[in-house]
Design a protein. Structure first.
Length: 358
């Protein structure tokens, strides 16, 4: 009985040890190929050979006892810090057809972010990686004229109407980096990342270039207006109506009068702004982005617009609206085709709410 007890204890410890990670502190990735049709026995052998588990037989038996099934073929980037349970679950998700570099971090750029916000988000996402990308590195690269010229050559349709610094823009590439989620790998550099963001914008606009040309507009004009629409409206329908307001005002020679552009000129776009601060915004600021004083569009975008905002500008609703105001409590946007109705909307949804909060 003593021998059996000792044997059982040793066996239990061995199996328990075999199920734990090889190295819980490891951060390195190991690429493993799982051929099509591989069963748990063959998969266990492949994992043991790669140094990811201690014993292939234990893996085989354990996955059967735990009813792990549906293992998928392909290439996987796995870590020695993963337990047998974690490895089994990862193998159920499916690998890639070809070996891929491990994803070290995910970088998510929200819609409507400025270049400075994108730079700060990039720095935060890469701060624990060997290849950190600081905010300064990012901002220096998007202002590097040699790099910009390389990108113009690479994406001629996207960047054909890229504004010059002489036009009054703060950053030439503002609004041209597509808001999305990007994978950071060991080969990611500030150059490749910005290139990928520009490439994503180009890819998303490919289906629109002919339509933009047919409307006798430039990509810069579309992105500039879309960057306002992005911030002014939250739903697709509101954005289409807001775009129509801007086009109607342009057609009548009226200034666009969007506070979004003023906030950008002040360096405050993206910061929290109270309703009262928004109502008292300085519309006399000396800036090319002051579209209260300057008729027409700004010289360039003020943020990176979503595909929804871009689509709204390219295919706006047909309306006679000239004004709009949003109820900040509900988000509902109220439109008007004359100033008297708009003034009433402002009183109801802005002035009365400011008075109630004081």
């Amino acid at each position: 009985m003593l021998v059996l007890g000792v044997t059982g204890f040793v066996g239990y410890n061995y199996i328990n040890s075999a199920l734990r990670p090889i190295d819980a502190k490891s951060t390195e990735y190991v690429t493993v190929e799982i051929p099509a049709g591989s069963g748990s026995k063959a998969i266990g052998a492949a994992l043991e050979e790669a140094g990811l588990i201690r014993n292939a037989t234990v893996f085989n038996l354990y996955t059967q006892v735990k009813n792990y099934s549906g293992f998928q073929s392909g290439y996987y980037n796995l870590q020695k810090s993963m337990s047998v349970d974690e490895l089994a679950k990862a193998l159920q998700k499916g690998g890639t057809e070809t070996p891929q570099l491990p994803v070290l971090a995910k970088l998510t750029i929200p819609e409507g972010y400025t270049l400075e916000q994108i730079a700060a988000t990039t720095a935060e996402a890469t701060k624990n990686l060997a290849q950190k990308i600081s905010s300064d590195d990012f901002m220096n690269k998007v202002q590097d004229e040699t790099f910009i010229n390389q990108m113009v050559a690479k994406y001629p349709q996207l960047l054909a109407s890229l504004p010059t610094l002489e036009s009054g823009v703060r950053y030439r590439l503002e609004g041209y980096l597509f808001p999305a989620t990007y994978n950071i790998t060991s080969e990611t550099t500030v150059e490749t990342l910005i290139d990928e963001m520009l490439g994503a914008m180009d890819t998303n606009l490919v289906g629109y270039y002919d339509q933009i040309n047919a409307q006798n507009r430039t990509v810069n004009e579309v992105l500039s207006l879309a960057s306002l629409v992005e911030k002014e409206g939250a739903t697709d329908e509101d954005r289409k109506n807001i775009a129509s307001v801007f086009f109607n005002r342009i057609a009548q020679g009226m200034p666009l009068q969007s506070n979004i552009a003023i906030l950008y000129a002040q360096g405050k776009l993206g910061e929290a702004t109270t309703l009262q601060e928004d109502a008292q915004i300085d519309t006399n600021i000396d800036s090319a982005f002051n579209i209260y004083r300057n008729a027409g569009l700004m010289p360039g975008p003020v943020d990176s617009p979503s595909l929804s905002a871009i689509s709204a500008v390219i295919s706006p609703n047909s309306t006679d609206y000239l004004y709009f105001v949003a109820d900040v409590k509900t988000g509902k946007v109220y439109f008007a085709n004359n100033y008297a109705d708009h003034e009433q909307n402002v009183t109801t949804y802005v002035n009365n709410q400011i008075a109630a909060s004081n």
